[in-house]
Ligand binder design. Structure first.
Ligand code: ACO
Length: 213
């Protein structure tokens, strides 16, 4: 039996423990090797903590075992955040982090959903993760649907997600999100013509997906 609730600050560390074990499977991370199963990943964990502090993240908790079955880390994106992130990236010398967030920031800067939908803030589903022993049971879909309820309660007009996995794209689509932009990972090459993102099938595209609520 699963219970869905806002992640309380007392469980932030438990969520980080869950992510250390389960999030490294995310296709973009798996392709560049930013995080390794079971090990701390300080740059990403800083991003996770800041997101949880917005107070909009949802967890699915197994009531019988007390285990975190899955999480949607939801943050508030403010107009100008992408430009700020690109500026901050200049002082981060971790190549793997730059490769992941460099791609996401560039695509989002070009899209500029704030201008497109004339809003100052967007509800962003930033990190979606389900424990490997609970996958394929619709938990991610329910985390999306619970996130939408929270977004509505908090007066947001637009939700978005950087769907780096085909499975997240399916979850988003079934929750009424549409594709704002899709890029093919294998189109990105380094100066030697080698793929920068060698993602494994079926994860061949990164899609920015949004929903007006
Ligand atoms: N093989 C084939 N299809 C799958 C698989 C699989 N292994 N896993 C999920 N799917 C499909 C489901 O069939 C379903 O599609 P449908 O609507 O067509 O039936 C859809 O994906 C969603 O299924 P759920 O059961 O709701 O997803 P789940 O609870 O298993 O969680 C998740 C999906 C979060 C992507 C999980 O696999 C995971 O934690 N992966 C590692 C981390 C990751 O990649 N996170 C997403 C990155 S993007 C982001 O964070 C915003």
């Amino acid at each position: 039996m699963l219970e869905y609730a806002i992640v309380p600050s007392s469980l932030y560390d438990s969520v980080i423990d869950h992510l250390r074990v389960n999030f490294p499977d995310e296709p973009l991370n798996a392709s560049v090797g930013l995080c390794v199963h079971g090990k701390p990943c300080p740059l990403l964990e800083c991003h996770d903590m800041k997101t949880m502090q917005d107070g909009l993240s949802i967890m699915a908790m197994d009531k019988k075992t007390g285990k975190i079955a899955g999480v949607a880390l939801n943050g508030i994106s403010i107009k100008g955040d992408t430009e700020k992130a690109i500026e901050e990236m200049k002082s981060i010398d971790n190549l793997q982090y730059r490769r992941i967030f460099g791609l996401l920031n560039d695509v989002n800067l070009e899209l500029d959903l704030f201008a497109k939908y004339n809003v100052d803030k967007i509800f962003e589903i930033r990190i979606l993760s389900v424990d490997s022993s609970y996958r394929g049971k619709g938990i991610a879909k329910e985390l999306f649907s619970q996130s939408e309820m929270i977004a509505k309660q908090n007066g947001f007009k637009v939700m978005k997600t950087d769907a780096t996995s085909l499975y997240t794209q399916k979850v988003a689509e079934s929750n009424g999100f549409h594709v704002e932009k899709a890029v093919n990972y294998h189109d990105y090459k380094d100066e030697n013509g080698c793929k920068i993102y060698d993602t494994q099938p079926p994860h061949l595209h990164y899609k920015v997906m949004a929903k007006l609520i």
